[in-house]
Every structure is written in structure tokens, then in C-alpha cells.
Ligand binder design. Structure first.
Ligand code: KG4
Ligand code: ZN
Length: 333
């Protein structure tokens, strides 16, 4: 173990997670208990159900993570817990658990911004990745472009003015009668379709501000699905996926234009699992002679290793938090 050894906790959306990571970037354990089955009947995350599931599962999961790593509370150097942004009930469960463990162990607490966890996670899988880099964070809750300059130093270049990209996948999947989460279902169906078959808009494409918008795209999918005769579902899925990829590329190009001197174009979040989107972004990175860095999927989607790692990045500066630090539903980086 290379000190500090940090316990990370994550519970801001629909994944309950606990992990032990050390300063060498070794992940001693990383457990994620998802809730897809709990929320699937509703086609999206239900906050109350999520909070209860976190409350039931987080403490046993911590015990399991410690056991798997072969360490006890006394071996920790700090406890890092997500303190926002996210669904407040879940955030409260994770943060209060983190406070209690830090207090019991007599170790410092680090209240981590969930977005900071995503922003720094690429350095956990890619230790040679240097600041500054441009990060495209695309998940069910976020669609942002961040210039990451160092721990605690982030410039938000763009965010979505309505839905997140993953939300557009999930809502479009619901329109198509596919299951939740919708992203993987759309990707699978799209393989059988023609991505030029249904004309769909590219919201904000070409606009001088790098912001994102996906609500209009989702509405266009709904209109197309209700047309007579309706399009082939696979064609609609493929056309939607192509439009979403085009939007992400167009907006990211704008941000890369405005962001000279970055070492890499980094993509993280659940939507980064999509192969069509990944290859489109690889093409964009090469336009700028930059490598595309995408953390392995387990680090891309919500997990606690990234929260522990953010704690490790902040540890040397002694940036610890009091036991009265608040849980925050909204917390821009
Ligand atoms: O990062 P994540 O696991 O959780 C948060 O939202 O924070 O991302 C989940 C989102 C969901 O909206 C899901 O539909 C989307 O990522 N997603 C995908 C794919 N896999 C997951 N979207 C498109 N293609 C995929 N293969
Ligand atoms: Zn996330």
C-alpha cells in the first residue's frame, strides 16, 4: 500500500458504491451495487426508491470492500464521500455514512464533488495523463465540457441547457418501447438500422457557444415515431444515435477550438460506452492531433474508486472537511 489509502463512497444517483484506492492508483477493491431493476418499471431513476436502496446497501457494501482489500478502518488515511451534486436523499446517505466512518476511525473526511470524481478519474487509469486536458463528461445526469487544469481547478466551457445526452438516450428508448437504461438498448437496435433513414435535427450545431441541447432531438424522435407510416424502429434508433454523436462532436470541436494547449481529449460517463460515439470522438481528437483518452467502462460509469481517487489528489494539500459539511443537490464545479 502506497499512502494515503482512501475509502471512497458514492451514492448520488442510482449506483451504491464503495472502494479502496491508494496513492499508487492501485484499486484494492471497488464494489458497485446498481439499481437498474428497481427503477426499470418507471423508465428512469425514482429518487425516493434510490435513497432507500442506498440506505439499505451502502453500509454492508463498505464492510465487503474493506474485507476484500484485507484492511480495517484503522488502516485508512481518509474517507472520501460524494457530497453532491445529485439526488439529495442518496447524497445524504453516502455523506452521513462517510462522516460516521471518519469520526469512528479518527481520520479526515474529504467531501468530494461527484463531477470532480469524473474529471480526475482518467488519471487513475492513465497515470501519464497531464493537466490541462479537455473532458467531455456524458452521462445520464450530465453533459459538460470541462477544461481540467489541476485538482480543484476546473473551467466549465459548456453544459446542457436542457436534457443530458444519456437522458436523451433513455427517453428515446422509452419512446421506442425499449428497456431501461436505454443507451445500450438503442446501440444494439441501431446496428440493424440505417442512420440516414430518418431526418432528425442537430440542436445548436454550428452555434458559437459550445453549449448542448438534447430536448429538441428527443421531441423529434417522438414526432417521427408517431408518423404514419411509422419508420422502422432500427432506422429511428440508428438515426437518433447518429444525431446525438454529431451533436457531441460539433460542440466538442467548438470547445477544443477555444482550448489551446490541452494534452488530451478525455471522455467519461456512461454514454462514452457507445461505440459509434467513441469512434466519432476519436476522429475529432485526431483533427486536433490529440489522443482520445477514455477510462475503462468500470471507471467511466458511476463508481467509488473515482471518489477515493479525487480524495487522494486532494490529500497532499490537506483539503479536509468538517463533520458539518452539507450535502448539496446542486454544486457546480
Ligand atoms: O455514468 P452513468 O452510469 O450514470 C450517470 O448518469 O451518472 O451513465 C448512465 C447513462 C444512461 O443514461 C445510459 O442510458 C447511458 O449512460 N448509456 C449509454 C450506453 N451505456 C450507457 N448511452 C449510449 N450508449 C451506450 N452504450
Ligand atoms: Zn456520474
Amino acid at each position: 500500500i502506497v499512502r494515503p489509502l482512501v475509502l471512497g463512497l458514492e451514492s448520488s444517483c442510482d449506483d451504491t458504491a464503495a472502494a479502496l484506492v491508494d496513492a499508487a492508483g492501485t484499486i484494492h477493491s471497488s464494489l458497485v451495487a446498481g439499481q437498474n431493476d428497481d427503477h426499470a418499471p418507471y423508465g428512469g431513476v425514482v429518487p425516493e426508491i434510490a435513497a432507500r436502496a442506498h440506505s439499505d446497501r451502502l453500509t454492508p457494501l463498505v464492510g465487503q470492500a474493506l474485507a476484500e482489500a484485507g484492511v480495517g478502518l484503522a488502516d485508512l488515511d481518509a474517507v472520501a464521500a460524494t457530497a453532491g451534486p445529485g439526488l439529495i436523499g442518496g447524497v445524504m446517505v453516502g455523506l452521513v455514512t462517510g462522516k460516521a466512518l471518519a469520526y469512528a476511525a479518527g481520520k479526515p473526511l474529504i467531501a468530494v464533488n461527484h463531477l470532480e470524481g469524473h474529471a480526475l478519474s482518467p488519471r487513475l487509469s492513465e497515470p501519464s495523463l497531464d493537466f490541462p486536458y479537455l473532458l467531455l463528461l456524458v452521462s445520464g445526469g450530465h453533459t459538460q465540457l470541462l477544461r481540467v487544469e489541476g485538482p480543484g481547478s476546473y473551467k466549465r466551457l459548456a453544459t446542457t441547457i436542457d436534457d443530458a445526452a444519456g437522458e436523451a438516450f433513455d427517453k428515446s428508448a422509452k419512446i421506442l418501447g425499449l428497456g431501461y437504461p436505454g443507451g445500450p438498448a438503442i446501440e444494439t437496435l441501431a446496428r440493424e438500422g440505417d442512420d440516414g433513414a430518418v431526418a432528425l435535427p442537430r440542436p445548436l450545431a454550428g452555434s458559437s457557444e459550445p453549449h448542448f441541447s438534447f430536448a429538441g432531438l428527443k421531441s423529434a424522435v417522438l414526432r417521427a415515431a408517431n408518423a404514419t407510416p411509422p419508420p422502422d424502429p432500427a432506422d429511428l434508433a440508428a438515426s437518433f444515435q447518429r444525431a446525438a454523436a454529431d451533436c457531441l462532436v460539433d460542440r466538442s470541436r467548438k470547445a477544443l477550438d477555444a482550448s489551446p494547449g490541452v494534452t488530451a481529449f478525455v471522455v467519461a460517463g456512461g454514454v462514452a460506452a457507445n461505440q459509434t460515439i467513441r469512434s466519432a470522438l476519436t476522429g475529432l481528437a485526431s483533427e486536433f492531433d490529440l489522443p482520445l483518452v477514455a477510462p475503462p467502462l468500470a471507471l467511466c460509469t458511476d463508481n467509488a474508486a473515482m471518489i477515493a481517487w479525487a480524495g487522494i489528489e486532494r490529500f497532499p494539500a490537506g483539503e479536509f472537511d468538517g463533520l458539518d459539511v452539507p450535502a448539496r443537490a446542486r454544486w457546480p464545479l
